[in-house]
Design a protein around this ligand. Structure first.
Ligand SMILES: Cc1ncc(COP(=O)(O)O)c(C=O)c1O
Length: 504
């Protein structure tokens, strides 16, 4: 049996086990008494039956096929793939953290509630906004929370607004969330210096606008110098100003969104606060809000009583309600709290400064390599934690697409930067080295880019057919996104089983 091709279901043989559950030491209550018929399965779940060695081999083999941060440089712009300290895994795995049941009575979960309360306090301080909810499960979920809060805030004032402004540099989740929340997306243009086009903003800001969603620094890696004026325009029409906190790692400990005039902020704990990035989770995207938004925060809120005990406050009459099961992803909170405590305020500030320094160093190194002819900087200013190159020179002069350059990087054991985003930059490459990389790694990346361009000047076909050294060669990425096969067959085979006949 080749380890390469089989799914865990194909490894399955009836009766094999990796784990034997201990004898139950509680009364055996018939299932019918525990669950209503509508919630009971008619037959057992189709789970693979495998021995522990086979199980371990399967996942180790899969993990070795994936490029990961513990293997090499991963400068994925906007996604902040920085090192996740191993200490966090140890504290998250402590039995008091890992084995706590989410339905535990608050009286017996005081330590967990205190950790959450302290994390809320730290995030509030970092954002410069007084109130925090840890509930949302991801940045995009925080965005949805922010727009639901915005709607609740306006409705409470007897207003019904229909539009949300998003700059054309915005991350795709911003307009997607706007649509999901039932608002209409209105794009705002970008000025010559890479910031929000103030004239366009003034034109579009009216009393139909509920909110402007903005990240600062933006997705070009540029700090918007007009942020106070932007806040004035937005607040002037009674709208809220929403901070997409994906880029907070460039300014934490230095500048605070609350001081810039933002009303609502989301944090990507898996970016700024060193969580492992999971394929869609488990993550956390807490939100911080100003006093006027506080009454609408999700329920329950973690609170501390005067006697120093902690509890969950469900009594929130104006709340937008619950956003997810239980209180959020607790293990994620433990890791981020460990990060904040181990760095302290000064350490967080230093992390931001080094992230900015590393990005500017790499930008200068690439310019030194003379690559500007092929990959010019999109907006040539001192950048924050990331910067964007345009591949238009390479396309015109070498007949090379950004995708080809990205794929060839994999053969040099470097994960490609984010490509083709932001959309307003032709053939974009968005590079975020992060603060956890050494000067040698950054130098190596600059050498890799130069060598790919030199090689392409000789023979562009090499990059066009890359990668050569990865477990799979060039993939049909559009097909994978549009027609994903995400479910294996319990009977074996990785083909699309769709047992209930539905198509993705
Ligand atoms: C600028 C920006 N906003 C929002 C998000 C969404 O965050 P999440 O992936 O946690 O949903 C991302 C994620 O990549 C991002 O880069």
């Amino acid at each position: 049996m080749s380890d390469d091709v089989v799914t865990i279901f194909e490894r399955s043989r009836e009766g094999r086990r990796a784990f034997v559950a201990p004898e139950a030491d509680v009364p055996d209550v018939p299932l019918e008494e525990l669950l209503p018929a509508s919630q009971r399965r008619e037959r057992p779940a189709d789970l693979p039956e495998v021995s522990e060695p086979e199980l371990v081999r399967h996942y180790v083999t899969l993990s070795s096929k994936n490029f990961h941060l513990d293997e090499g440089f991963y400068p994925l712009g906007s996604c902040t793939m920085k090192h996740n300290p191993k200490l966090h895994e140890r504290v998250a795995a402590l039995p008091g953290h890992a084995r706590l049941h989410p339905l535990q009575d608050p009286e017996y979960a005081q330590g967990a509630l205190e950790l959450m309360w302290r994390l809320q306090g730290a995030l509030a301080e970092i954002a410069g906004l007084p109130h925090v909810s840890l509930q949302p499960s991801a940045g995009s979920h925080g965005e949805l929370a922010g727009l639901l809060l915005t709607r609740a805030y306006h409705e409470d004032r007897g207003e019904r607004r229909t539009k949300v402004l998003t700059p054309d540099t915005a991350h795709g989740t911003n307009p997607a969330t706007v649509t999901m929340a039932g608002y209409q997306v209105v794009k705002v243009g970008t000025a010559e210096d890479g910031g929000v086009d103030l004239d366009d903003l003034r034109d579009k800001a009216d009393d139909e606008v509920a909110c402007l969603m903005l990240t600062n620094p933006n997705t070009l890696g540029l700090f918007d110098r007009n942020i106070e004026e932007i806040a004035e325009v937005v607040h002037g029409v009674g709208a809220t100003l929403y901070y997409d906190g994906a880029n907070l790692n460039a300014v934490m400990g230095i500048a605070r969104p609350g001081d810039m005039g933002f009303d609502i902020v989301h944090f990507n704990l898996h970016k700024t606060f060193t969580q492992p990035h999971g394929g869609g989770g488990p993550g956390a995207g807490p939100i911080a809000v100003s006093n006027r938004i506080e009454p609408f925060l999700p329920t329950p809120q973690v609170v501390r009583a005067d006697d120093g005990s902690y509890d969950l406050d469900h009594d929130r009459p104006k709340s937008i309600g619950k956003l997810r099961g239980f209180q959020g992803n607790f293990g994620v909170f433990v890791r981020s709290y460990a990060y904040i405590c181990s760095l302290g305020g000064d350490g967080l500030e230093e992390a931001s400064k080094v992230a900015v320094l590393n990005a500017n160093y790499l930008k200068a190194r690439l310019a030194e390599e003379g690559i500007g002819e092929y990959l010019p900087i999109a907006f040539d200013r001192t950048c924050m934690h990331e910067f964007v190159l345009s591949g238009r020179g390479a396309k015109e002069k070498l007949d090379l697409r950004t995708l080809d350059i990205a794929k060839r990087m994999l053969d040099h054991n470097v994960h490609p930067p984010t490509v083709y985003f932001p959309l307003l930059v032709d053939e974009a490459l968005m590079i975020e080295p992060t603060e956890t990389e050494t000067k040698e790694r950054l130098d190596h990346f600059a050498d890799v880019v130069r060598s790919i361009l030199e090689e392409a000047a000789e023979d562009p076909e090499i990059a066009k057919n890359a990668p050569y050294t990865t477990p799979v060669r060039r993939l049909d990425e559009a097909g994978a996104a549009k027609r994903p096969v995400v479910r294996g067959s319990p009977q074996g085979g990785g083909s699309d089983p769709h047992p209930r006949g539905e198509k993705p």
